[in-house]
Design a protein around this ligand. Sequence first.
Ligand code: AMP
Length: 308
Amino acid sequence: MSLVTVGSVAFDAIETPFGKTDKIIGGAGTYIAFSSSYFMEKQNIVSVVGEDFPQEMLDKLKTRGVNLEGLQIKQGEKTFFWSGKYNNDMNSRDTLVTELNVLEHFDPIIPESYQGCDYLMLGNLSPQVQLSVIERLTERPKLIAMDTMNFWMDIAMDDLKKTLKEIDILIINDEEARQLSGEYSLVKAAKAIRAMGPKYLIIKKGEHGALLFHESKVFFAPALPLEEVFDPTGAGDTFAGGFMGYIASTDDYSFENMKRAIIAGSAMASFCVEQFGTEKLENLSKQDIENRITEFVKLTDFDMVQTV
Ligand code: AMP
């Protein structure tokens, strides 16, 4: 099965209570691609970088089976730059800088070889660009998932609402769900957001796990309690990459399989936060991932002997 990922490929500068980085490689598309690459031998990315983006990183993505035909390199322009600072609880952060650079006038190109893709993951980007990718695909994929963030809700809410009508599953965090719906209760927020278009909604709650809503059904998966969390940047994208990688590799988007995909995504996200940037995600083994998924299964496994 084929997967197309759209998302930023970026430079980030991150500050957490444990340290600070200079410009490192980040971007929603980068995290999604690395994460899903453990489930799919080949996949495709649509994005844009400036001439300042290191070839070495593009080579690393290629080595992991990521097709870069849809990644534009703009000569004379600069790569998107984002900087964020985490608060002491590591669950909330402030954006310090967003320099759109090449993203400001990004016009996505869908190579012929991407047409007919089965699954589409719209990573965090302007909702207008996300919509144009859907429109430029000659056939609608089986499942379209999308991420977004408060930045786009602040400056492009109308476009965002238009794009939401065209997708199947929205993957956002609790703060974003509250902002998008205007509801504090996540159950009410989920209802309001699903009325905007997506039939499925995943709300990520950082170290408190993730919720999946569909019709009257709800599924909850915890996050793995970790001894060390260095940098939560990209955890959401890594989750989305693991989730969609699992769905695409199993070619099953039933609610039951989405539950498994959430565990796969959560396992990948738990690796992401253990080091700064994409470092940890670049060199995992199949065994590492299988072991972590087993830890997840054990975490919630119990027998109820008596109810009341
Ligand atoms: P996450 O921690 O999962 O929310 O994702 C963090 C990644 O999103 C960083 O690597 C940033 O480069 C990227 N990012 C931040 N703001 C934006 C934005 N406005 N558009 C696209 N990507 C962004």
